[in-house]
Structures are given as C-alpha cells and as structure tokens.
Design a protein around this ligand. Sequence first.
Ligand code: INI
Length: 180
Amino acid sequence: MTSSDETAFDDSVLETLRSRVGESLEPSSEGRGLRVALVCARFNGGITTRLLAGALDALEQTGVDRRDISLTWVPGAFEIPLAALAYADADRPYDAVITLGAVIRGDTGHYELVAGECARGVQDVQLSTRVPIIFGVLTTNTVEQALERSRPDETNKGRECVLSALAMVSVLRQGTLAPS
Ligand code: INI
C-alpha cells in the first residue's frame, strides 16, 4: 500500500535534513544496467498478471533492458521464497528480486499460514543473501481489494515494487552501506 496524501514523503524537507547529518543515502529510480528477477505466483493469476503488467511497465520506464529481466512462475505464494533464494544466491545473482502474488482471505482457511510463511521466507532470503527481495504479495480480505491494488495506474503494487527494488539497490551501493 502506498502512503496516503497526508502521510506521503515530502521532498521539500530533504535539503534541510541533508544539512543536519553527515551522510544521507537516497534512493534512485534509475534502472539502466540492472538485472532484475520477477517471481510470480499463478494462484489468483487474474490478479498476479495485473501486478506483473504494472511491474513490466515500470521496468521499461525506468530503463531496465528486457534482456536483463528474468521471470519465473511458481504455483502459489508459498513457493515464492524458494525461487527468490535461487535467484539471489545464483552464481551470477540478480541485483534485485520482485515477488508477486495474491493471498485472499475469503478464498482460504489457511490464509495466515500462506501469507505469513511467504512474508517470513522473503525476509529471510533478503537478510541472508543481502539481495533486495521486494514483497509484492497482496494480502487482502476480498477480491475487490486485490483488484483495487492491481489497477493499471500509478498505484499498481507491481509498479510500486519496481521503484522499491531500484531504491534498495541504489542505497545499498552508497556510502557506508556499499560493500567494501
Ligand atoms: N496461494 C496463493 O498464492 N494465494 C492464495 O490465496 C492461496 N490460497 O488461497 O490457498 C494459495 N494457496 C496455494 C499455496 O500458495 C501453495 O501453492 C500450495 O499450498 C502448494 O504448496
């Protein structure tokens, strides 16, 4: 979910904040030269393909070359972390992995298990490999909410995930956070 108008980041405060710290590591949305992997669940595919379309549009707009994008389809959200790990610890790891799925409470008795284990697995992979693994798995109460968060516009969760991926790759390459 994106910030609301009331709580969104206000760029005009950045200059002042920069002047009050020794180092300010700030995200970029430049995708040129980056290799990005997408892991997309087939379960609730009517929703996940909308997320994927939003992500692919954003990758193109931010300059990521089509040949630098790899896409893997997995059965459901529960399988996402394993595929993300395979990308993140490959011989030539991807710069970021974007995971896309939809877990809808109404559909399942084991909503908490599927959604919770997917989130835990994604976090485990990024902390153990240091490769940003972006959580683009919708967890909603209804199909309507999932449709709302996968609209083909600026609010599309898949699009938001691409910007998060580029942001994390860029800050992890700067200043104190850059690998020595
Ligand atoms: N997988 C999802 O991606 N979303 C769901 O809502 C869902 N439900 O409702 O159960 C779901 N289940 C499948 C699960 O992710 C695994 O693929 C399956 O359990 C096999 O391991």
